[in-house]
Write a protein that binds this ligand. Structure first.
Ligand code: 3PG
Ligand code: MG
Length: 402
């Protein structure tokens, strides 16, 4: 895979696909981690005299036509403002994605200047399953530039026009963020120092069964918490009350637990939980052992015994990968579990990788610093699919010719 050092960018229009998909509260950016992480490549290209045209998505705009999606939003306007602030220079925003305004923004760039295209997902062709529809948008995007740089690591698992199709149409390279992310993921997949402990949380086991199955071949221990743990607890015969449960996944989860036993991989589940009367920040709650979970409560965090258990299971780790919070950390009363896991990982002497947009945002919100871990990935889905051993469309496209 070529890097940006292999491209002669001076005086050229470079279409840079970045992942600037930041969480928003209205039009307020609540965590700018992905913009920060994209900055070095943007600044480097601009510093080398490229005319940088940044292309990015924001959220999942709804609607079937461009008009409907653009009207529904979100616009990348807040992203433009933060990007300009961090770059310390002006960033023009085009009013469309690959139409007349985008062409005007591209033509108006001087060497070393940066412009941002409007939310690429306003174009229905971006996410289309139809090759021809994606191809049509890809040709319009490619027509705006002479070179393509793929640096949106968080979106490389998406077979989308700006991620997968455009690099087939222009000379291309991978940006520094993608290179850095891949270097870390390679360490996790090729003989990681042991014990290799994986912590998985977040909502649904159905999203993560495939990666767990493949982790049974590489990890020594899997600690499971958060929303997905209730299906694991149910599969182990426990009552989970009103907790988030994917009942249809119980057979597959049981099979996975049996496979882990056969392979000698330790799967560690919560032994106690914080059980709340409802899903609300001020809900009444108690700590209960998993063996006596009340039928009218829902799990919102791991309990103190589980926090200690998880910390003990992490203490001797030489490699750690963590994806997904183990409780409803957005509510301060239920953030203790996620905080304890972060503390335990921070204390590890070895390679510690936080995988994912949400987990990364969670630890920053809980006040942890980037230096507390070896690497904080900008891609949750992307890193999980990489660990699962899948071919990621956006990486395959950058690997290919031209
Ligand atoms: C993400 O936030 O996971 C990436 O930016 C990809 O976005 P998506 O999950 O909406 O495709
Ligand atoms: Mg996602």
């Amino acid at each position: 895979m070529r890097g940006i050092g292999d491209l002669d960018v001076r005086g050229k229009a470079v279409l840079l696909r970045a992942d600037l998909n930041v969480p928003l509260d209205g039009t307020q950016i609540t965590d700018d981690g992905r913009i920060q992480a994209s900055l070095p490549t943007i600044a480097k290209l601009a510093g080398r005299g490229a005319r940088v045209l940044v292309c990015a998505h924001l959220g999942r705009p709804k609607g079937t036509s461009y008009g409907e999606r653009a009207a529904a939003g979100p616009s990348v306007r807040p992203v433009r403002a933060r990007l300009a602030e961090l770059l310390g220079s002006d960033v023009t925003l085009s009013a469309d994605v690959a139409g007349p305004s985008a062409a005007e923004a591209a033509a108006g760039l001087a060497d070393g200047q940066v412009a941002l295209l409007e939310n690429v997902r306003f174009e229905p062709g971006e996410t289309s399953k139809d090759d021809a529809e994606r191809g049509e948008l890809a040709r319009r995007l490619a027509g705006l530039a002479q070179l393509y740089v793929g640096d949106g690591f968080g979106a490389v698992h998406r077979k989308h026009a700006s991620v997968y199709d455009v690099p087939g149409l222009l000379p291309h390279a991978a940006g520094d963020l993608i290179m850095a992310e891949l270097a870390v993921l390679r360490q996790l997949t090729s003989q990681p120092p042991r014990p290799y402990v994986v912590v998985l949380g977040g909502a649904k086991p159905s999203d993560k069964l495939a990666v767990i199955a493949s982790l049974l071949g590489t990890a020594d221990r899997l600690l499971i918490g958060g929303g997905m743990s209730y299906t694991f607890l149910a599969a182990s015969g426990y009552e989970v009350g009103n907790s988030m449960l994917e009942a249809d996944q119980v057979p597959d989860v049981s099979e996975l637990l049996a496979e882990a036993r056969r392979r000698g991989v330790e799967i560690v589940l919560p032994v106690d939980l914080v059980a709340a009367t409802r899903f609300a920040p001020d809900a009444e709650h108690d700590v209960v052992p998993v063996a006596s979970f009340p039928a009218d409560r829902e799990g919102v965090d791991i309990g103190p015994a589980t926090r200690e258990l998880f910390a003990a299971k992490l203490a001797d780790a030489k490699t750690v990968f963590w994806n997904g919070p183990v409780g409803v950390f957005e509510f301060p009363a239920f953030a203790a579990g996620t905080r304890a896991v972060a503390e335990a990982i921070k204390a590890v002497h070895g390679l510690t990788v936080i995988g994912g947009g949400d987990s990364a945002a969670a630890i920053r919100r809980l006040g942890f610093a980037p230096g507390d871990f070896s690497h904080i990935s900008t891609g949750g889905g992307a890193s999980l699919e990489y660990l699962e051993g899948r071919v990621l469309p956006g990486l395959a496209a950058l690997d290919g010719g031209t």
